[in-house]
Design a protein around this ligand. Structure first.
Ligand SMILES: [Zn+2]
Length: 439
């Protein structure tokens, strides 16, 4: 009997751990709330009913809200919207078809070319690629560990450095695991910094120390590849539920606004500020280099926004005016290549009030001069399932905007000309020394 039980257990285990959740006939709705009552209806639904997956936030500031419903709950959802006269359309009647088309490639060890920009990669692929970069660029690339996850994985990153004494630009990707374009963008920036022939990019790579973490929620990211493509949080069990929203768990106005105390929901902020190993260890790492960081960039999707702190108030705090000007110019540069439009604003004025996010903590606690949060492509046509033919265009335009951020930051006096100053001082010194030796 025991043997039989054991056999049953062994046979069923793989299916428990490897079955991918399918989203057949899950429907993506685009809802158009026209007044405060309708916004409140949607907000109430988001805050209380985990059956409906809000891909974007209901807010008076946005024209539309994207909501995913299972086939079982569609009629209830539509009836509710009709009862309150809320307009809606169906953007995608079957999200599984988009998921099936989504390309995920395997990275081949010791073959840097097998990292391409028309596909997504799983965690192993990204980590192996980072390992290979450190082997291929031993004097420039160092592997860094940003922390540890709930399931004991390493938050792996890399540092690109051409010498001592440089200020830091920090890139944070993949804190929300289903936003696959985020790690893809961060990896592309890494690749450009190491391989580009463009003068401005070469200068950006040489003038700063780049601290880069493409996947800051590795447990969640693996889960999106193996089980649930729509997973956003980390993987810590909480009672009958799983997961804390790692971008609501930072110790800055924790659980004040736009976050939930209900573990069933996607914006669950956790048991306390920095309750999660990911945020606790990553913030410790960031703090250890905090006084050297000139610019901190966090990458999310989607909505095409460049946001700056803070999420809990629309007050123009700190260097808001300068940061807005620099951000707007960078988004101007972003739009040149393909005409893609991004809006710029602080989090609370761009989407809605939300607190406990990484960028607010970095700005408030570490006083980093320039802190931005990208919401990458698209505007909701595909949402989190951004098709392969948009990955490279997205990456290229974002890279354009980062170079412009650096240029404008220098113009506004937030960044020195980096190595250029240092090298001219060295050159003058060498010339003087040569002259002295000649004399
Ligand atoms: Zn996000």
């Amino acid at each position: 009997m025991l043997k039989l039980l054991f056999l049953c257990l062994v046979l069923t285990l793989p299916s428990i751990f490897s079955d991918k959740i399918r989203f057949d006939n899950y429907t993506l709705y685009r809802v158009f709330p026209k007044n405060e009552n309708q916004v409140q209806l949607l907000r109430g639904l988001q805050d209380s009913d985990p059956r409906f997956d809000f891909w974007t936030e209901p807010s008076a500031l946005v024209n539309n809200v994207d909501v995913l419903s299972s086939p079982e709950h569609k009629s209830e959802f539509e009836s509710l919207l009709k009862a309150y006269n809320v307009e809606f359309v169906i953007s995608n009647p079957n999200i599984q078809e988009a998921i099936d088309r989504e390309p995920v490639k395997t990275y081949t060890r010791r073959n840097l070319r097998s990292m391409t920009w028309n596909s997504y990669y799983d965690l192993d692929g990204i980590n192996h690629w980072i390992d290979d970069l450190a082997i291929s660029y031993p004097s420039i690339v160092t592997i860094i560990k940003g922390g540890t996850t709930y399931e004991g994985r390493e938050i792996k990153g890399l540092k690109i450095s051409h010498g001592e004494g440089r200020r830091i630009i920090f890139l944070e990707g993949g804190i929300h695991s289903r936003e696959w374009i985020s790690p893809a963008t961060v990896n592309f920036i890494t690749n450009e910094l190491l391989t580009s022939n463009d003068e401005e990019t070469i200068a950006a790579a040489r003038d700063f120390d780049w601290y880069i973490f493409p996947v800051t929620n590795p447990d969640g990211y693996i889960w999106t590849h193996t089980v649930n493509r729509m997973w956003r949080k980390n993987r810590r069990p909480v009672g009958n539920h799983v997961g804390i929203d790692l971008n609501r768990n930072w110790n800055n106005n924790w659980l004040v606004v736009g976050a939930s105390s209900n573990p069933a929901l996607d914006t669950y902020a956790g048991l306390g500020p920095f309750s999660e190993p990911e945020t606790r260890s990553l913030s410790t790492f960031i703090e250890s280099i905090g006084d050297k960081i000139d610019m901190y960039l966090s990458f999310h999707s989607y909505s095409q926004l460049l946001m700056l702190p803070f999420g809990n108030t629309t007050e123009p705090l700190a260097n808001y005016e300068d940061a807005m000007k620099i951000g707007r110019r960078a988004m101007g540069a972003l739009s040149v290549r393909y005409g893609t439009r991004y809006e710029t604003g602080n989090i609370a004025e761009a989407i809605y009030q939300a607190s406990g996010g990484s960028v607010d903590w970095v700005k408030e606690r570490l006083k980093v001069p320039l802190v931005y949060c990208y919401e990458l492509r698209d505007n909701g046509t595909h949402g989190f399932i951004l098709p392969e033919d948009q990955i490279l265009p997205n990456n290229l335009e974002v890279m354009d905007s980062i170079l412009e951020l650096i240029l404008q930051a220098r113009r506004f006096g937030y960044m020195s000309s980096g190595n250029i100053v240092n090298s001219s001082v060295v050159l003058i010194f060498m010339a003087l020394l040569a002259k002295l030796l000649q004399d």
